[in-house]
Design a protein. Structure first.
Length: 344
């Protein structure tokens, strides 16, 4: 199945890649967005998986003509479904590549732990042995596809286009350097994976000192809400017409997940893997998930456990492995912390 392309906003074309199978698991279609800079010239936001590079380039040329030029690839974040085809497309169109500087910590932070072996991965990230090899393979493959940036995107940077300037909005949480693009003239927001319509984005723990994934993500939701976008163009799924409502729904979801994680600790769970069994995952029980989704479930569980630690409701237990326990504090401080971040 080939990629499709259609105009979705003034000066914005959505390129949708076909569904793919990666690491043995079916993954959703990816939306990339062409922003018209001037007649015949574009910037492309995200690129899809590596295997979709050919279909994406073909769709662009079929619809926009063989003379269409892509000046820059603007990568919202360094997850392989969003940058995997960057090297190929940059080569095909002689494009420059840009993403946020903080994305440099993304693969490197995991790689530095995983390359030390199973014991380190279990200690730092709580990875069971059955997940470790898949994680290592995925990271090695992702690193080989990583494009060198020609420049870094910065908070507030203005990117010109035919139908109005776009502003870079740094929205950490899904990843440390995730960015959105906002056009004030009509309120359009290209949201990458920061806000999705049908599921909540994975908020993954990163072994990076000073980075608090869930707190950062909730603050980024508040930041986007204050912009009052007219619509969000996400990396997966349909256009989001009521962004404020979607932000509220996602905030409630994270309260519920924090309660599930807290309940797991109250139920006797100590290791990260044990706590995941108390969480209602959208793609099924933890035991039913494939290795990649188990990896994501573990990292999201850690980000919620760490938030509970920051609120004083839990603490890291001493000893080998990533273990937690309750401190005896109740739910109220946790709920108040979420509300304070989302509605400052």
């Amino acid at each position: 199945m080939a990629a499709s392309i259609k105009q979705v906003y003034d000066g914005v074309y959505r390129v949708t890649t076909s569904q793919s199978v990666e690491f043995g698991e079916v993954v959703s279609k990816v939306h990339c967005y062409l922003i018209e800079v001037s007649r015949g010239r574009y910037n492309l936001v995200d690129t899809g998986w590596a295997r979709s590079a050919g279909e994406t380039a073909e769709a662009i040329r079929d619809v926009l003509g063989d003379e269409a030029a892509i000046d820059r690839l603007l990568i919202t974040h360094l997850h392989p479904d969003h940058y995997g085809a960057a090297k190929s497309i940059a080569g095909a169109f002689s494009s420059k590549v840009s993403y946020h500087r903080r994305e440099n910590v993304h693969l490197r932070s995991y790689y530095n732990v995983v390359r030390k072996g199973r014991a380190a991965a279990a200690d730092w990230l709580g990875f069971p042995i059955d997940v470790f090899e898949t994680v290592k393979s995925a990271i090695d493959a992702s690193r080989s596809l990583l494009p060198e940036p020609d420049s870094y995107l910065t908070e507030g940077e203005r990117i010109s286009s035919r139908s109005g300037a776009w502003r870079v909005i740094h929205t950490p949480g899904h990843s440390p350097g995730h960015i959105c693009l906002y056009r004030a003239s009509d309120g359009a927001l290209i949201s990458g994976d920061h806000i999705l319509p049908g599921e909540t984005p994975n908020v993954a723990f990163y072994p990076v000192p000073g980075y608090h994934a869930l707190e950062s993500y909730l603050a980024s939701l508040a930041k986007v809400k204050r912009l009052e976008p007219s619509a969000a163009l996400p990396g997966h799924g349909n256009t989001i017409r009521d962004v404020s409502k979607r932000v509220q729904t996602i905030s409630v979801h994270h309260k519920e997940r924090l309660q599930e994680v807290l309940g797991g600790l109250g139920g006797g769970a100590r290791s990260v893997a044990e706590v995941t069994l108390f969480v209602k995952w959208s793609r099924g029980s933890y035991e039913s998930l494939g290795h990649v989704n188990r990896w994501l479930a573990i990292l999201e569980t850690i980000s919620h456990l760490e938030f509970l630690v920051e609120c004083g409701a839990a603490e890291r237990a001493r000893g080998p492995g990533r273990m937690y326990r309750l401190t005896g504090h109740n739910w109220s401080p946790v709920e108040k912390a979420v509300d304070r971040i989302v509605n400052p």
